[in-house]
Write a protein that binds this ligand. Structure first.
Ligand code: ADP
Ligand code: ZN
Length: 703
């Protein structure tokens, strides 16, 4: 039978529907054609090459510069029963050889490589592989226009040319129009189709707080965090010193927090990152060095302690919140000092003019008076028709007026200057200024010369920025920041559309948004059950040495806590539960859910019976676990359940009496709460989760 994309989506990944564009991209790839995929962080890019990889009869090569992300992705794939591995500088020679053998033997469906490694092996064993697809993740790294240029990426074209008949897929979350063209050329994607999905992340609320003094800022952050107990979050700071200061301030207030910056040793950084991913650490205060390699889906808030350098970076950073699609919050603090400081940095660096322009746009966003999401999206070339209702401006809208005529003056100026100049020249022409540039370009002969004399330079600047923010014009950074008119802009110019502008007001007069930050509301989710489910998830994650969200996402757990699945079919219907996870973890989760559903007698599901049959054949738990490919904790939980049901399972033989006695003491001490982790910790991690589970069963059953 031909493998169908949507069947794989459901059976392997546990999802019911494709997100927009995923299916088209997958189909095009299966046809053997190149694609360029532009989707926001968390948009679901990986699925676009993972599903073809499972359909093709060969191997898919994934190039990614982010070493830690590779490990995560591979782990996530493996947890769904997919044959995947990675090859980068973090693995030993022995491991390298194992991966090579697997790849050559056709034992891998996906192989992740760093660009350096790819280049170094492209003429050796890689040549022997039956490569069916190549995915270039973070493709913006190939472009000098981008903010994250990596020289190794420029050599990928040679690789592309060596595989002329293999489909290539470039994926990125950030690339403006000029960068996009550049990426296609650099990678040699001559015939690729561009897929741009909406960059709108509706689940992220956007809030900006300007000119807040340091002390107040810290207080606000503390009370923000207090209201979000046990939620994961990231606080971005400008300097290393800042990260340490803010972290120690929060720590003193009793929060689970650590700092992260490039000045720490590799091991320290790894540890912090791992703790965060594994939910052992709730909040990380970091420079922007943090997060690139992080795929954690349950980050609930991102706070910027300072103004980011550009909107690309800002959007990528806030995009790390709410990847699971649940409501998440973002707050940006800024003051003019950040701006001045960055301007000075920019003066020292390369690409100065472009960086400064981007910084200006960042500031304009922060100071904007119209829907922030509209502004952000229009920066990425996407024009929303409605205000979002989920940003601070939408919640506290400023006064506006009909700005059609004013806009038409500016647009007509841009048109007459043939869309070749930037904002300063435009305003000088509108205001009829007299300078050398205007003379040399003969702009004083234009009809628009001097038609905007009555408006001050600064007000014009404000209006033009509002126009850009509303998608009437675009600023082309790669072309000396020339202003170009968008289709909406032409409509306004031709009088087919009206436009609202807001009166510029001095920053000091700005009414501060007074709203209190919302907390994500939950529907029918049973919170106690959710807490319980999180606990088993953490226990499994610890035992299997993988991040909790790879076991199941927050979203899947919430669905479990509202849908209350207690049969295999119901459990499989939960988004994010595929066959493999059902087999591995289903029983353990359902046994927690059952009491909440008042299902008196646990159903005999085939999976426990399978375990029982092997047990009856005389296999010990370890052998059963190996035989079934399930974790030992799962097997113990099956055995406990069988025992509770009255099956002949000799639990006493499986756990020593001394151990049961030890567990009993602690179990009683904790008021007989069936929570494995505290008991595990109290016993100095000496007794395994499985043994604790068996002991509790014995204690409860035998009294
Ligand atoms: P990106 O690489 O674009 O940042 P990911 O590929 O990591 O995003 O996907 C983000 C999350 O969305 C992952 O947890 C992924 O499993 C999930 N996801 C992807 N496609 C779907 C889908 N069709 N339905 C539900 N969840 C999806
Ligand atoms: Zn809005």
């Amino acid at each position: 039978m031909k493998k169908q994309p949507h069947i794989i989506l459901k059976n392997i990944f546990g999802y019911d529907n494709f997100r927009p564009l995923q299916e088209q991209i997958i189909n095009r790839t299966i046809e053997g054609k190149d694609s360029f995929v532009l989707m926001p962080t968390g948009g679901g890019k990986s699925m676009c090459f993972q599903i073809p990889a499972l359909i093709f009869d060969g191997i898919t090569i994934v190039v990614s510069p982010l070493i830690s992300l590779m490990k995560d992705q591979v782990q996530a794939l493996k947890s769904n029963g997919i044959k995947a591995d990675f090859f980068n500088s973090s693995i030993s020679t022995k491991e390298e050889n194992e991966v090579i053998t697997k790849a050559i033997n056709g034992d891998l469906q996906l192989l992740y490589l760093s660009p350096e490694k790819l280049i170094s092996v492209s003429n050796t064993w890689l040549k022997q592989l039956n490569i069916k697809l190549v995915a270039i993740d973070e493709a913006h790294c190939v472009s000098m226009w981008g903010h994250d240029f990596r020289p190794e990426y420029t050599q990928l074209k040679t690789f592309r040319n060596s595989l002329p008949n293999v489909p290539f897929m470039a994926l990125t979350a950030t690339a403006d129009k000029s960068a996009r063209k550049d990426i296609e050329t650099q990678l040699g994607l001559s015939n690729s189709k561009l897929f741009i999905s909406s960059f709108d992340r509706k689940n992220l609320s956007i809030e900006v707080r300007g000119q807040v003094a340091k002390k107040k800022k810290l207080q606000e952050i503390v009370s923000f965090i207090k209201r979000r107990k046990n939620e994961s979050g990231i606080i971005y700071c400008l300097s290393r010193k800042n990260t340490e200061e803010v972290a120690s301030f929060l720590k003193a207030d009793g929060h689970s927090v650590a700092f992260y910056h490039a000045g720490m040793t590799f091991d320290e950084r790894e540890q912090t990152q791992t703790d965060f991913i594994n939910d052992d650490l709730k909040i990380v205060v970091a420079t922007i060095a943090f997060g690139m390699g992080i795929d954690k889906s349950n980050v609930r808030f991102v706070i910027h302690y300072n103004l980011p350098k550009n909107l690309e970076g800002y959007y990528q950073e806030i995009g790390r919140a709410g990847r699971d699609g649940l409501p998440s919050e973002t707050v940006l603090y800024y003051n003019m000092r950040d701006f001045v400081l960055y301007s000075q940095f920019a003066d020292d660096g390369a690409n100065t003019a472009m960086q400064k322009e981007k910084l200006n746009r960042m500031l304009q966003f922060a100071e904007a008076k119209s829907c922030r999401r509209k502004i952000l999206l229009s920066y990425f070339g996407e024009h929303l028709t409605e205000n979002c209702g989920n940003c601070d401006v939408c919640e506290n809208p400023p006064k506006d007026f009909d700005g059609t005529i004013l806009s038409q003056k500016a647009l007509s100026g841009i048109a007459r200057m043939k869309e070749k100049d930037g904002i300063t020249m435009l305003i000088n022409v509108l205001r009829g200024s007299n300078n050398a540039d205007i003379h040399s370009k003969q702009y004083f002969t234009l009809k628009t010369y001097g038609i905007g004399k009555d408006v001050s330079f600064f007000d014009w600047r404000d209006y033009v920025i509002q126009m850009a923010n509303q998608g009437l014009i675009e600023i082309m950074y790669a072309e000396s920041s020339a202003l170009k008119i968008t289709p909406i802009g032409w409509q306004v110019l031709k009088g087919e559309k009206t436009i609202r502008l807001t009166t510029p007001i001095a920053a000091a007069d700005k009414k501060k948004a007074q709203k209190t930050l919302k907390i994500a509301t939950e529907g029918e989710v049973n919170k106690d059950l959710f807490t319980e489910l999180k606990k088993i998830r953490l226990a499994i994650a610890k035992e299997e040495n993988m991040p909790a969200y790879i076991v199941f996402s927050d979203k899947s757990l919430k669905l479990m806590a509202s849908e209350l699945p207690t049969t295999e079919n119901e459990f499989l219907a939960i988004s994010g539960v595929g066959m493999n996870k059902m087999e591995k973890y289903g029983e353990e989760f359902m046994s927690v859910i059952r009491p909440f559903k008042n299902v008196a007698k646990p159903r005999k599901t085939p999976t426990t019976i399978k375990t029982y049959n092997l047990y009856k054949e005389g296999l010990n738990p370890k052998e059963i676990s190996e035989n079934r490919g399930l974790s030992i904790t799962t097997i113990f939980s099956h055995l406990s359940q069988l025992y509770m049901e009255g099956k002949k399972v000799d639990l006493e033989k499986l756990v020593a009496k001394e151990v049961v006695d030890k567990v009993r003491v602690v179990f009683n001490e904790f008021d007989r709460k069936i929570e494995l982790k505290p008991i595990y910790e109290k016993l100095n991690e000496q007794v395994s989760y499985g043994e604790i589970r068996l002991s509790i069963t014995l204690i409860l059953k035998n009294e």
